[in-house]
Design a protein around this ligand. Sequence first.
Ligand SMILES: CC(C)(COP(=O)(O)OP(=O)(O)OC[C@H]1O[C@@H](n2cnc3c(N)ncnc32)[C@H](O)[C@@H]1OP(=O)(O)O)[C@@H](O)C(=O)NCCC(=O)NCCS
Length: 178
Amino acid sequence: MIIKHVYDYNLDQSTYEQLHKLLIESFEIYPENRIYFKQIPHFRFIICNDNEKVLAQVGLDYRAMKLGDEVINVLGIIDLCVNKIYRNKGLGTKLVRKVLKFAETNSVDFVLLGTEIEEWYEKIGFIKVSNTFTWHAIHDRKLKSLGTRTRDIDRIMVKQTGKKKWNQDSVDFLGYLY
Ligand SMILES: CC(C)(COP(=O)(O)OP(=O)(O)OC[C@H]1O[C@@H](n2cnc3c(N)ncnc32)[C@H](O)[C@@H]1OP(=O)(O)O)[C@@H](O)C(=O)NCCC(=O)NCCS
């Protein structure tokens, strides 16, 4: 079993097709014609077995955001999923730990994600935050810009991976909300 660091711009066809199948099977509503919801991730970590079968994946978005007046470097976790047959064997946790290690050894202040399975992420050290967020809204079916939104969101979790501390200030995503 190996964790690969891959980029969407040069995925081979087999990996692309396996990722597509994995995403469609893992999320209730997933676009039929692409391997992202709203925007292509900057890179992915994928877990493959010795036969090059893709068992799990996570998309990553590396971005500058604003927390109040401060610029923060944020690594966003997108569409983490594990093949149904391989769930509850530690692969999801392994991928998130890989992301955290990557963040801690690179210039990343926080790892951030939106989720409904808070308890699962809490076990790995994430905390739920309640800020007001501003972002660029995208219609995921039409892939169309809808303008700027500002709202409280209650499904965002973060993990500090640098020296900066999270606080209650408003957050500007400076881009789309994954
Ligand atoms: C959520 C997911 C990534 C977890 O991956 P995994 O490899 O199965 O999880 P792990 O083996 O690392 O962890 C297993 C533990 O998490 C718990 N767990 C698994 N799925 C869970 C879920 N959806 N909600 C809450 N807890 C869950 C298990 O009960 C187990 O708990 P235990 O350690 O106390 O026994 C995987 O279930 C999945 O792909 N789900 C569908 C897609 C999804 O919801 N992704 C999350 C998007 S934010």
